[in-house]
Write a protein that binds this ligand. Structure first.
Ligand SMILES: [Zn+2]
Length: 197
């Protein structure tokens, strides 16, 4: 007679604990409706590159450049191993590959990046003249997972690129739930890297 209610109580406690744990992380936003099925394929690759970065000297960020169904360049954040703060996935990719890729090709390419580009990377994207950008995870939930307070004066990549390079098409978020899982697995166990990747 006692066991069943006790089991129910334990189950309810576990469900409460689980829901509390999940509540600690932000919910994922819906995909940008402008994204295509092809965009999803390349975003999955950007997330693979982000996971690769974790074990290869960087924070959990990855990017790739695609034109006409071909991957032209890939890059994973390597700020830690290089001690170079400009080695974000997007700026690192542009720096490494702009000597080999002409401006016309950049203009006809899409840059896929696992997390919304920061202002530094928006500047590099602008100067490279990349035609289209698709990001995975938005900055706001990403900051939340890092344990940082909400930005009181947020400046999104849509706004930055819309001002400095209005011809560039910016889309995102895309598959944000997958990106948040990567961040949730990294930042709580690497608090020393917050603000340094
Ligand atoms: Zn950046």
């Amino acid at each position: 007679m006692v066991r069943a209610p006790l089991r129910l109580f334990c189950l309810a406690s576990l469900l409460l604990m689980a829901s509390s744990a999940f509540a600690a992380f932000p919910a994922a936003s819906q995909d940008d409706p402008g994204c295509t099925a092809e965009d999803r394929i390349y975003m999955a690759r950007a997330y693979e590159l982000a996971r690769y970065a974790i074990t290869h000297g960087g924070g959990p960020f990855g990017a790739l450049l695609v034109k006409d169904g071909k991957i032209l360049a890939e890059y994973s954040n390597c700020v830690h191993s290089t001690h170079d703060v400009t080695k974000h996935a997007e700026t690192g990719l542009i720096s490494a590959f702009s000597p080999k890729i002409d401006r016309e090709t950049f203009a006809k390419s899409t840059l896929y990046t696992s997390t919304e580009p920061c202002t530094m990377c928006c500047g590099a994207i602008c100067f490279a003249g990349i035609g289209r950008v698709v990001y995975g995870t938005s900055e706001a939930p990403f900051l939340n997972v890092m344990g940082l307070p909400p930005d009181p004066n947020p400046l999104t990549s849509h706004e930055v690129l819309g001002r400095i390079a209005p011809k560039i098409k910016v889309l995102g978020p895309l598959m944000e739930a997958e990106g948040l899982i990567i961040h949730e697995g990294y930042w709580p166990v690497h608090p020393e890297d917050v603000g340094k990747s």
